[in-house]
Design a binder for this molecule. Structure first.
Ligand code: PHE
Length: 340
């Protein structure tokens, strides 16, 4: 009566949901042939009804199952087709698109942060606007001391609670006190951040520059620990093995204070020879002054520490052989792109 095979062949030819709907109407819908066959059974004898009913039920089940599985496949096809049509081709370039990148200075700073983290330093940035207390007195520079003149300070109009004008920090050493108080001891922290000075700009000076301040305070730290750590740190930061030399230097917040120079092996491609570079003055440093520890509430008989301040532009200039640090911030795209 119903040729299931033929019906399935017909179904296999259905290519979309509209055609499938038509198939449904033809067999299973209100006036579909299978539905009508069921209705027509009313006039039959009970025996005939039973055998035909069973046969028809089987037909209906098989056709319905085949119909439903075709419906699922076609719906999935349709959804996939829609998704494909909606896909944005992100590989398409528009005429004026250009890929940005970090600036060279940002890259050197980020690299320095990774290195310091791997050596166990906490990273803090602090604030750029500070009180004169934080910038000077907390690091053993009385406001009347001529050392305040060492840094040409940029003053803000707003005043702090003690009535002094806020300033832009002239060095990241302004964070030493805060770091000890916030993190407690033992402390091992760096501040890779901006500082400001009222300076005439030239190839080596800028009004804004980045320093990498480091401070380590614990029990029993000596200059020997310090020299060893500086050699490791500077070698990592400059990506070459460096040798360091310490000369006496004056900074009110350290005692003794040092200027640290570094030199490293250079290869001259012209002669094919390896030789040592000149000593390069790299940073100010020293053992943390007992007065700085006292201000932070630390017993200076029991604890000691060292601190250092490196110019990040200087690191970058040495690493990449750049003669004028103003290139780092003047927005010259030719420079930026050559390091992108
Ligand atoms: N704060 C000093 C400067 O800006 C550098 C320094 C940091 C020196 C820590 C000693 C110890 O020049």
């Amino acid at each position: 009566m119903f040729d299931i095979k033929a019906i399935k062949v017909e179904l296999a030819k259905v290519a979309n949901l509209e055609q499938l709907d038509l198939f449904f109407q033809t067999y299973l819908g209100k006036s579909g042939s299978i539905t009508l066959a069921f209705k027509a059974m009313g006039s039959l004898s009970p025996e005939e009804k039973k055998s035909l009913g069973q046969e028809l039920t089987q037909v209906k089940t098989q056709v319905t199952e085949a119909y439903e599985s075709t419906q699922r496949a076609l719906s999935a096809d349709q959804i996939n087709a829609q998704l494909n049509a909606d896909i944005v081709d992100s590989s398409l370039e528009t005429a004026d698109s250009e890929q940005g990148s970090y600036s060279l200075l940002a890259n050197v700073r980020r690299d320095a942060e990774e290195i310091c983290k791997s050596l166990g330093f906490i990273i803090e940035y602090g604030t750029e606007v500070v009180t004169k207390f934080e910038n000077f007195e907390s690091v053993n520079i009385p406001l009347t001391h001529p050392a305040t003149e060492m840094h040409d300070t940029i003053y803000l109009q707003d005043k702090d609670p003690s009535g002094e004008n806020f300033i832009l920090r002239t060095h990241t050493s302004s964070m030493q006190n805060y770091l000890i108080q916030k993190h407690g001891l033992p402390l091992k922290a760096v501040v890779p951040s901006r500082v400001y000075r009222y300076e005439n700009m030239d190839a080596h000076h800028d009004v804004m520059f980045y320093q990498l301040e480091g401070i380590v305070v614990d029990k029993g730290l000596s200059v020997a620990h310090f020299k060893d750590m500086m050699e490791k740190l500077l070698s990592a930061l400059l990506h070459k093995k460096v040798e360091t030399r310490m000369r006496p230097g004056y900074f009110p917040f350290v005692e003794p204070g040092f200027e640290i120079d570094a030199r490293y092996e250079i290869y001259d491609p012209a002669t094919g020879k390896k030789e040592l570079s000149k000593w390069i003055e790299l940073l100010g440093a020293g053992m943390v002054h007992p007065n700085v520890l006292k201000v932070a509430g630390v017993d200076s008989d029991e604890r000691s520490g060292f601190a250092f301040g490196i110019g990040i532009s200087r690191l970058a200039a040495i690493r990449y052989g750049i003669k004028d640090i103003r290139y780092f911030t003047n927005g010259d795209l030719r420079f930026a792109k050559s390091f992108a």
